[in-house]
Design a protein around this ligand. Structure first.
Ligand code: ADP
Ligand code: MG
Length: 433
């Protein structure tokens, strides 16, 4: 017979080997680095201008970054920093290459969310983040999923739970409890107000003293930062079920939203959330903080089924929050509102009859909430392994050009549609006071 003590012993021996196994299976001592982009990619795929025009402009102006010439010949290769410098300095046909951002608004927040595992959430979030960065936007990713696929893909493997969304939640509980206690003290009631006390297991973590920026980590993309996650964040998620009882007035679902509200308006343009495949404290925080929901779904019948149950569960969870006491200054009688909700098919095979039938069904059901361009199933992504590299990171010389181009073009069209959706939503966002 085995009981929890046996499981504990297994965990202990597993923990002892954890560091070693991680080294064996993931980036053996390597830091992830971002490759350079060729003048062909920079002109035709990133800036969308004629390659000869681009080369001519570079030749005419020696003050522009000129990249590096690799041994294989004529192409120049530019770092992301150089691409961004070119974007700032070049105008083509008098048009700026800078991406559009509506004036007077904070960064827009998009949650890539579905409760189905394997729906393509992390793949979608990763590619949208990379495509947005190549489009000139400054991106913050928030990994809400303790499976930490996105964090690993972005090169962060050594993360402890205090640096994750869980840390943001616990810090928020400490701050909010303090704020409520101070407010109660300040109120002139004549008698000593009751003070809420947090147990030492929370109060003494030191999380209350962390600054906002302590949760943000740089990635090998200079214009993408991330709030990472890690496996332990799943355990603390479980533990956080008690937090609500420690301070029942705490609006636990709004912690990340409050944290994001405190970011300097100019720090980022787009904030992209990768969500866990379950409803819980972290995923509710993601949904609550989101301006836009982007819901990926695979093209099979069961995936249709579970996407339906996802929106069902989500609507129930949000309905439960309506009228919650700690709700931040509400604008709607129905609680949380979104600027847009969109569905997108992933792992779609155009030659597969079932997939095409499912695509038609999705369009029938969700109408123009359905993204026109599905993300196709691509070998390039499949082969990049468990810790994904995006097609943008893969050097096209490392595979057949046709495979790479097809993969890139499916993600490019998905991104172009995503950006249009986001820009429309962004325009609708209320200006910041
Ligand atoms: N467009 C795609 N083409 C090929 N494989 C894909 C594609 N999107 C996702 N996959 C694969 O499907 C698996 C699950 O994808 P992932 O994005 O991690 O899903 P989720 O985050 O929803 O659990 C991964 O192994 C990934 O490589
Ligand atoms: Mg995932």
């Amino acid at each position: 017979m085995l009981d929890y003590r046996d499981l504990q012993a297994m965990r202990d021996s597993s923990l002892k080997m954890q560091g070693w196994i991680r080294k064996q299976t993931f980036s053996p001592g390597h830091e992830k680095v971002l490759r350079r982009f060729s003048s062909w990619e920079v002109s035709e795929l990133i800036f969308r201008v004629n390659q000869n025009t681009f080369r001519g402009r570079l030749a005419a102006d020696p003050s522009l970054p000129s990249g590096e010439v690799e041994q294989d010949g004529r192409q120049r290769w530019f770092s992301l920093e150089e691409v961004n410098e070119l974007r700032r300095k070049l105008k083509i046909n008098r048009k700026s290459l800078m991406p559009r951002r509506p004036a007077g608004k904070r960064a827009i927040r998009v949650a890539v969310s579905n409760f189905k595992g394997g729906a393509g959430k992390s793949t979608t979030a990763l590619h949208l983040a990379h495509a947005a960065a190549l489009d000139g936007y400054r991106v913050l990713c928030v990994d809400f999923d303790p499976q930490a696929t996105l964090s690993h893909s972005m090169g962060l493997s050594d993360v402890n739970e205090e640096q994750t969304v869980w840390g943001i939640l616990a810090r928020d509980l400490i701050h909010e409890t303090q704020r409520m206690n101070d407010a109660a003290q300040g109120a002139e009631t004549g008698r000593k107000p009751p003070q809420r006390r947090l147990p030492a297991s929370i109060a003494d973590t030191g999380l209350g003293d962390l600054r906002q920026g302590d949760f943000i980590k740089p990635t090998c993309w200079s214009t993408i930062d991330i709030v990472p996650s890690c496996a332990n964040a799943a355990f603390v998620e479980f533990a956080s079920a008690q937090y609500r009882h420690m301070n029942p007035d705490w609006s636990f679902f709004a912690a990340v939203s409050r944290w994001l509200d405190a970011l300097p308006r100019d720090a980022y343009d787009m904030i992209i959330f990768d969500c866990p495949p379950a409803i819980g404290y972290q995923s509710m925080n993601a949904v609550f903080a989101a301006d836009v929901l982007y819901i990926p779904s695979g093209p099979g019948y069961w995936e249709y089924d579970s996407t339906t149950s996802f929106i069902g569960q989500l609507s129930e969870a949000l309905e439960d929050l309506v009228g919650f006491e700690g709700f931040p200054a509400g604008k709607s009688d129905f609680g949380k509102t979104f600027l847009d909700v969109r569905f997108i098919l992933t792992r779609f095979e155009p030659g597969n009859d079932l997939h095409r039938a499912m695509r038609d069904a999705f369009h029938k059901v969700f109408g123009d909430r359905m993204a026109e361009n599905p993300i196709e199933h691509t070998r390039a992504v499949e082969q990049s392994g468990r810790f994904l590299s995006s097609v943008y990171e893969i050097d096209y010389r490392d595979m057949t050009r046709e495979t790479w181009r097809r993969a890139r073009s499916t993600f490019d069209s998905a991104y172009a549609e995503f950006r249009d959706t986001v820009l429309v939503a962004w325009d609708k966002m209320e200006d910041e006071a």
